[in-house]
Design a protein. Structure first.
Length: 292
């Protein structure tokens, strides 16, 4: 969604916020850089409320009364995750303007975020995963194997270096905050990819594991869009296929899933809950004993 229809000075203030958060701020008040995708999501959810404010003649974000902001937010009649994401986006914009002293007050400070509705992950089609795992393209096969068996984040895969794979013969991959014991299918595909990498770019100075013809003549990692092209399906769907569709996990497997994919125990139970609930509904399923 575009902000071209919004009036000044609102568009200029949004541009200032977007640029500052995209690049980060190293001096007080400090802030970390955010990804363009995160910022576009904020714009997407904040835009309906900002459009209503502009239509009501409230063109300057530094002077929005809190009551008017709540009024126009309520007029959007948002529910569930749409409401939570919109409040989060409005907070991001107005908190920045207040913190950086563009505005004397933050009209979004008392907006209640609520809770995000956590849906049950749906099983994904495993057929594209099988095709990618057996692909003759060593890059596609290696990236898919990493994702299917160990589910590292996109940023972690992009920034993997040859040093992180120094103990491939022992089946270890070193990430910044954990060491992964690689499954045998992953070891095989990574070894095949390393052969392909050395044959294709024998003299590259780039230390990163995955290369393209463009990055091989630099020292930068591959781009996120290029990496996404190697996936047979979006990473969350791939993880769902691995945990939900293929393994049919039980409640006792939540800890194993947590350790395997590097997620919290609470997140892992999202994958096991549907199956544990179904098992509990079966006749003869052991019930917990009641205290006398």
């Amino acid at each position: 969604m575009t902000t071209a229809h919004l009036p000044e000075p609102m568009t200029g203030q949004l541009a200032c916020w977007f640029t500052a958060r995209l690049n980060g701020h190293s001096t007080s008040p400090r802030s970390l850089a955010l990804s363009p995708i995160t910022l576009r999501v904020h714009v997407h959810f904040a835009l309906p409320v900002l459009t209503r404010l502009a239509a009501a003649g409230l063109n300057d974000l530094t002077g929005i009364p809190p009551a008017r902001l709540r009024e126009h937010l309520a007029a959007c009649r948002l529910t569930g995750n749409d409401y939570a994401n919109t409040v989060s986006a409005l907070r991001a914009v107005f908190t920045f303007l207040h913190t950086h002293r563009y505005a004397a007050r933050n009209p979004a400070v008392h907006l209640r975020l609520g809770t995000h509705h956590r849906t049950i992950p749906l099983p994904a089609d495993p057929a594209p995963l099988r095709e990618a795992l057996t692909s003759p393209d060593p890059v596609r096969a290696a990236v898919t194997a990493l994702l299917v068996f160990h589910a590292p984040r996109v940023a972690e895969i992009r920034t993997l270096t040859l040093t992180d794979l120094r103990d491939l013969d022992q089946g270890r991959l070193y990430l910044p905050h954990r060491t992964i014991l690689l499954a045998d299918p992953v070891k095989e595909r990574l070894a095949a990819y390393l052969t392909h990498r050395h044959t294709t770019w024998p003299h590259t100075a780039n230390p990163h594991l995955f290369l393209t013809h463009h990055s091989a003549v630099t020292t930068t990692p591959v781009s996120a869009p290029w990496l996404y092209q190697q996936y047979p399906s979006p990473p969350p769907a791939t993880c769902c296929a691995t945990t939900a569709s293929s393994t049919r996990p039980s409640a006792a497997d939540a800890r194993m899933i947590s350790e395997l994919f590097g997620i919290t125990y609470r997140a892992a139970t999202r994958y096991t809950r549907p199956y544990s609930d179904a098992a509990a509904a079966q006749p003869g399923y052991p019930r917990p004993a009641r205290n006398p």
